[in-house]
Unconditional design. Structure first.
Length: 202
């Protein structure tokens, strides 16, 4: 039986520390050459209103197969819909049968931010406690939450065109206990120990 998991089903299962370790393991698997990660395939919707992308991946050890399907329709905000929507299909690596179809949007923000947390853990200075964030979308909130797991943040500078978005809760409804300072793009400091873009990935 295929399980259908909504955003509300997925989010409570995403422990930030576990997500970081899972992403770290996936990076290691890719580096060992035990993944099959082809370039994403895409088609354009009739009339050029948007694009649909498919991103399959397989890991040989441990055996895992799945595919993320993403739609990017720039005109959606005018319809009251998000620009980016996605689902993730987890399949049985032996039979190919779908095991679960889950909300991909709920996975994207923590997964992307966890990748930045892994990079920060290995590449940022050990004494880095100030984070600079360029962008105020949901990715910004997720990045701050994940980065705070690998560095004790005392200050977060958030720079973006829509500063109001920086005051909204993260996907988990929490925000790290640090000093948040909101800046317009031209006010961002070039000397921040750790700086990350928060553009919406697909």
């Amino acid at each position: 039986m295929t399980r259908l998991l909504s955003k509300d089903d997925v989010l409570p299962l995403l422990d930030p520390d576990a997500v970081i370790e899972a992403v770290s393991g996936a990076f290691a698997a890719y580096s060992r050459g035990v993944t099959d990660t082809p370039l994403r395939a895409s088609v354009t919707a009739p009339g050029g209103t948007g694009d649909i992308l498919a991103m399959p991946c397989a890991i040989r050890d441990p055996a895992i197969t799945g595919t993320k399907i993403v739609s990017v329709f720039p005109g959606n905000p005018g319809r009251g819909l998000p620009t980016v929507a996605s689902v993730y299909v987890l399949t049985d690596p032996v039979t190919g049968m779908p095991l679960a179809v889950m909300d991909g949007t709920a996975l994207t923000a923590p997964r992307t931010a966890a990748g930045s947390a892994v990079a920060t853990r290995h590449l940022a200075r050990p004494d880095a406690h100030t984070l600079g964030m360029f962008g105020t979308c949901v990715q910004a909130q997720a990045h701050v939450e994940m980065i705070s797991r690998v560095r004790a943040l005392s200050r977060v500078f958030v720079s973006g065109r829509t500063i109001e978005k920086a005051t909204t809760p993260s996907p988990s409804g929490s925000r790290p206990n640090s000093d948040w300072r909101l800046r317009r793009p031209h006010q961002a400091s070039p000397q921040l120990p750790t700086s990350l873009p928060a553009a919406p990935p697909v």
